[in-house]
Design a protein around this ligand. Structure first.
Ligand code: SF4
Ligand code: SF4
Length: 81
């Protein structure tokens, strides 16, 4: 029985369902590291570290709400399918 469960769950899938908006991608070359997207995100799926000029996305926490995309003054965020 344990083997059956192990086989059934192989971790979170990266595969997108046809009805989803896709996943958030960032163009790091356009990013100012202003943190507006981080402050707009209600699930902490996006973290900006201005001191190291890094931006992190946790896709599994993202609800695809699009708030970060709308807030970005540099159009550095987008949905990709
Ligand atoms: S809002 Fe845009 S420019 Fe600002 S940190 Fe986020 S991705 Fe970068
Ligand atoms: S789409 Fe919404 S949930 Fe996903 S990173 Fe942007 S603000 Fe956060």
């Amino acid at each position: 029985m344990l083997e059956l469960f192990k086989k059934a769950y192989e971790g979170p899938s990266e595969e997108l369902l046809p009805s989803t908006r896709g996943k958030i991608i960032v163009d790091a070359d356009s990013c100012w590291f202003c943190t507006r997207c981080e402050r707009a995100c209600s699930t902490n799926a996006i973290v900006v570290d201005p001191s190291f000029r890094q931006i992190y996305l946790v896709q599994s926490e993202c609800t695809k709400c699009g708030r970060c995309v709308k807030k970005c003054p540099r159009h550095a965020l987008a949905f990709e399918r």
